[in-house]
Write a protein of this length. Sequence first.
Length: 274
Amino acid sequence: MINFEYTRVSSAKAAVSTKAKHAASQFIAGGTNLVDLMKKGVTAPQRLIDINALPLKDISNDAKGLTIGALVPNSVAAENNLVTEKYPLLAMALNAGASAQLRNMATTGGNIMQRTRCPYFYDITMPCNKRQPQSGCGAMEGYNRMHAIFGASEKCIAVHPSDMCVALAALNATVHVSGAKGEKKISFVDFHRLPGDTPQLDNNLQTGELITAVHIPSNRFNKSYYLKVRDRLSYAFALVSVAVALEVSDGVIKSASIAMGGVAHKPWRLTVVS
Ligand code: SF4
């Protein structure tokens, strides 16, 4: 791992302004993905901006829906009564991800920002357009049984690895963001990108923007399930997963929202069935 500077901040404003001053910096919270990327030389920020002291650890609910702070650990969100009672699909997806130890460290914001687990992305001896634009794609002719079947490009066939994000896409969540130009909200389905010609970009965050929360609108879904198919029963990324939320009345499906994971560069919403 290379040497880097370290700064601890205590407000979103300070986080954003510190990021603006240091172009080659990255925010760090749980670090469950970023530290691995740094150890392997995939990424080499000159400065880490530690955001763990920011007041973004609350889960709240009102008539409009549920808001989860960006620093809420995945394990806390999965066990929160508001989540398990009102949005059990999210709890199921969270518990399907990683190991208990990782869920204790990983945060809501970090889960959204985690990078692909394409093995060629992590092997700096291999070509990878996502790690190094225009270098090629090792997976295209390589070992790619866990790669994209929807929305891929000639430059990249990687998939987004999150389980949580698949549930959030099905639940029509919104990502709350703070940046130099103020606050904004991004619809979850518009947050992550398809690879196209710029696979190095995972999402539509602008430089220096910070995720502060995720909001799930209240809904009428009364049946839901997260199904994850994987090579091992635990601690494995999805070959394919599906998050299903249904509004069922008198045995009839009145409305449905379905998203798939492990199949594309972003959670894949099946809007035709909604
Ligand atoms: Fe890199 Fe994407 Fe190809 Fe994997 S699929 S090697 S992440 S360009």
